[in-house]
Design a protein around this ligand. Structure first.
Ligand code: MTE
Length: 399
């Protein structure tokens, strides 16, 4: 019997409008459907998986050649259009709002950044849908068809979110089960379909997680690799939540709200959940209601490059451990790979030389410092998320 796949989400057709790229700023920003997709000319090196909205990933061999991923090689995951705020055009004039039980605080980036040094955080973002294409070969899955490139490592710069919140929190704001909800300024077709038009992309993180970030890695972020964020990566302001799936690092951040319990947006309630392999149709509310949202991600590794020289088969790739854990080992066939800079919150690149006449299948498997390792096969699920099976390639000797 043919298993059914999730009903296709009907993509609405939006017109590109040609607007000049004068990035004007002010919040809040509202978009009509007609100008939802702003025309941005992208001279991209990336492989485009969908153009409206724009979703693209780098060539794997290039990805694993740089410990810090250049912005031009950094995957882009947009659920909707890139918003085009209006205003002065100066990133530092951008205003965002924080709603606490004690009051509403409106700040410009200049106000929060003036007088304090930029906080820097090297962190790897990985999309939960990375490697979805492998799962789709088992049973087709709707969603962006990602290969293994929906991941990148960058030096993010901005303001410590912990310190920012501590500067405005009052004693009465420490409510039970407090979460910080982040809302993007983008128009979300998914929210409109769910009957909440006007709501942007929303995710939330427990307040205690932010307040325990004593190393100030969680950021109100304005720079990527020492340059202002680009429009695709959230200019002028985004959240960076290292160790969690990329979907929690909300781009084009316009509002933070302190609330009881996690956000009830589509992206926290229904999407970005790990459904059982038995769920083969659109999940019902019974199925999603009691399932917690995915926050951190499992250990993973990928072979990105195989080159044959006269003396060796040179294999290179990436390995990543979620939740602030660290990669301690990558084995390729039966050989231990050399790890390049394994750290909590960042990926490790790895290289290994195998015997020059290796013709067999090459497989890599990583382990993190909690002893977690990859399953032999990725586990199929209807959302196509968290695929992390042992990665194998067959290298044909062309010599
Ligand atoms: N924030 C907003 N406002 N809208 C989005 O569509 N996509 C999320 C997250 N933040 C998204 C967002 C997802 S699913 C991921 S994986 C990361 O952004 C991707 O960040 P990047 O495009 O800078 O690589």
């Amino acid at each position: 019997m043919m298993r059914k796949t999730r009903k296709a989400k009907r993509a609405k057709t939006y017109q590109y409008t040609s607007q000049p790229l004068g990035w004007n700023l002010s919040t809040p920003v509202t978009y009509s459907k007609e100008d939802a997709y702003v025309q941005t000319t992208r001279a991209t090196n990336l492989q485009v998986n969908s153009s409206l909205p724009f979703n693209a990933e780098p060539v794997l061999s290039v990805l694993v050649s740089n410990l810090i991923t250049p912005v031009t090689e950094y995957f882009v995951r947009n659920h909707g259009p890139v918003p085009l705020p209006t205003g002065s055009g100066d990133q530092m004039d951008y205003q965002f709002v924080t709603e606490l039980p004690s009051g509403i605080y409106t700040r410009t980036l200049r106000q929060v950044m003036d007088g304090s040094p930029v906080a820097r955080s090297e962190a790897t973002l990985i999309c939960a849908g990375n490697r979805r294409n492998e799962l789709s070969k088992i049973i087709p899955i709707d969603g962006v068809p990602w290969d293994s490139g929906a991941i990148g490592n960058a030096v993010w710069g901005g303001v410590s979110l912990r310190l920012f919140l501590l500067s405005i929190l009052k004693p009465g704001d420490y409510i039970q089960d407090a979460h910080v909800e982040f809302e993007g300024a983008d128009y979300s077709p998914e929210e409109e379909r769910e009957g909440t038009p006007g709501l942007g992309f929303v995710a939330s993180v427990p307040l205690h997680h932010i307040l325990c970030d004593m190393e100030n890695r969680i950021l109100l972020c304005v720079y990527q690799n020492e340059m202002p964020l680009t429009p695709d990566h959230g200019w002028p302001l985004r959240a960076i939540i290292p160790g969690f799936i990329g979907a929690r690092s909300v781009k084009w951040l316009k509002r933070m709200t302190l609330r009881r319990g996690h956000a009830t947006s589509y992206f926290m309630l229904q999407d970005y959940k790990l459904y059982s392999p038995d769920v083969i149709d659109e999940p019902s509310s019974d199925q999603w209601q009691n399932l917690p949202p995915i926050m951190d991600y499992p250990v993973n590794s990928i072979i990105g490059k195989v080159e044959r020289t006269d003396t060796a088969l040179k294999v290179a790739g990436y390995a990543v451990a979620g939740g602030g854990r660290t990669i301690v080992r990558v084995r390729v066939n039966n050989t231990e790979a050399s790890l390049i800079e394994p750290n909590p919150y960042t990926w490790a690149l790895w290289t290994v030389d195998l015997c020059a006449n290796t013709t067999e299948k090459i497989c890599c498997v990583a382990m993190d410092n909690a002893g977690n390792s990859q399953p032999t096969e990725s586990v199929w699920n209807i959302g196509g998320v968290l695929a992390n099976g042992v990665d194998c390639v067959t290298f044909k000797n062309k010599i």
